[in-house]
Design a protein around this ligand. Structure first.
Ligand SMILES: *[C@@H]1O[C@H](CO)[C@@H](O)[C@H](O)[C@H]1NC(C)=O
Ligand SMILES: *[C@@H]1O[C@H](CO)[C@@H](O)[C@H](O)[C@H]1NC(C)=O
Length: 421
């Protein structure tokens, strides 16, 4: 004890010095308005460089191809999530019962608060990660927190990921697990009309697609959907929110247009590891055929984004650098609303919806537009825009007040919805 405490000041000094050297290398001021409050900005000034050092730079500078970048990113994020909150490694929790189960062959994590009334309803959660990464493990902390806040059963689905399983593999997994839960609701003491589907980012894509598809299935009445900074289209990567990235966020370890292009193409079943040029063509929208434009452009009117959200001085829209192979490979997908839910023409009869969008997110505009289009179709929509929020911020619910506030908003909406339904 004596010895250890005697050592500490010098260790601390060395630590601080190393930290100082590292930070002076990697420090980049965050753009104005990116999170608010001194504490959150301080936290992000630590978190973002850590992400940059641990996966973004190594992936960028050491990897020869997209497959390597994906493997590395998956491994680092999975490790980080364990290091950040090692409590999640233990399958024990004083206030809830945790289990890993298989719903019709699909792996799920089930969180049941002790002393719960499952009859109050349940949330089925679809994690994000661009269709290519993420897992119930990485979301363990967020799910536990949400279960506690909701005091309701939560089911988190480990759907299959691309490129190993391409579209519609993951989508079908979600549908299978959800259908199983509905059909076996009695086993859980659950009222099957009180299920809310929720997902973030690419998980939001799957939620939107499944919610649209389930409308016509007899005996299924989802109580609601929660779309958290959802990914809803792959037709226009030159919207304002995408161009905002090029103005303010190039090189930050935040969701970027390049990764998105690779991930969405992988989901579509295209081998961008061998053919990176196909993904790169999407950056300038050179992957969209005239036929697709004719079929869906009226559904993708991004000029209708409220002027209050507009960014000034954005870089000009790029001229499409057309790639005929990408155009051909994607034509069918880009006209399929289950692949890109924003191009669903018929949005009537969708359940009450909560849509969260963030100002600092390349996907902002598609979320805003979907909320607007659903409202116009008569769907009860609560659209909540976070002026200082950023993509994937809920993953930092332990570190950031802004993420905790958003989480409270989401939980209150779900509770209110299920109490009144
Ligand atoms: C509530 O959750 C527990 C597990 O913590 C479960 O055993 C029990 O059946 C649930 N209660 C009801 C009323 O469904
Ligand atoms: C839209 O979808 C609903 C089913 O959810 C259906 O009842 C309705 O007829 C559809 N409307 C059109 C114009 O296709």
């Amino acid at each position: 004890m004596q010895k250890a405490s005697g050592n500490q000041p010098s260790k601390l000094l060395i630590g601080v010095t190393i930290w100082f050297i590292i930070t002076s290398f990697v420090h980049r001021p965050l753009p104005k308005g990116f999170t608010d409050g001194v504490m959150d900005r301080f936290s992000m000034h630590l978190i973002e460089p850590i992400l940059r050092i641990t996966y973004y730079w190594p992936a960028e500078y050491l990897c020869p191809n997209a497959g390597c970048r994906l493997t590395l990113t998956r491994a680092v994020l999975s490790t980080l999530s364990k290091v950040i909150d090692p409590r999640n490694l233990f399958d024990r929790h004083p206030t809830m019962q945790l289990s890993t189960e298989y719903f019709d062959g699909v792996r799920v994590r089930v969180y049941q608060p002790k002393g719960n009334k499952t009859s109050d309803g349940a949330v089925v959660f679809i994690h994000g990660g661009g269709f290519v990464m993420g897992s119930t493990e990485i979301y363990e902390g967020l799910m536990r927190r949400m279960t506690k806040m909701l005091n309701m059963m939560v089911v988190s689905i480990d759907y299959r990921l691309a490129p190993e399983a391409t579209y519609p593999g993951g989508l079908h997994d979600v549908e299978r697990a959800l259908t199983y839960l509905i059909n076996n609701a009695a086993v859980f003491g659950l009222d099957p009309t009180k299920i809310v589907l929720m997902g973030d980012s690419a998980g939001g894509n799957l939620v939107a697609a499944v919610t649209q598809r389930m409308r016509t299935v007899k005996g299924v009445d989802l109580a609601g959907q929660v779309l958290l900074y959802p990914l809803l289209q792959f037709h226009n990567l030159q919207t304002e929110s995408f161009r905002h990235y090029y103005r303010d966020f190039m090189g930050f370890a935040l969701v970027d247009p390049y990764s998105l292009a690779f991930y969405y193409m992988w989901y579509a079943g295209i081998d961008v590891n061998k053919h990176p040029e196909l993904a790169l063509s999407a950056i300038s929208n050179g992957h969209v055929s005239p036929k697709v434009h004719d079929a869906v452009d009226d559904l993708l009117d991004f000029t209708s984004i409220p002027s209050s959200l507009q960014h000034d001085n954005l870089p000009a829209i790029l001229e499409p650098k057309e790639n005929s192979k990408a155009i051909k490979l994607l034509e069918q997908r880009l006209m399929d609303p289950s692949f890109a839910p924003l191009i669903q023409r018929n949005l009537t009869d969708l359940p009450p919806s909560f849509v969260m969008t963030c100002q600092f997110d390349i996907l902002r505009d598609e979320g805003v537009l979907y909320a607007k289009r659903m409202r116009e179709a008569g769907v009860p929509v609560e659209w909540k825009h976070y002026d200082h929020g950023f993509h994937a911020m809920l993953n930092f619910h332990n570190e950031l007040f802004i993420a905790q506030e958003a989480l409270s908003d989401i939980v209150s909406w779900v509770k209110r919805l299920l109490e009144t339904s």
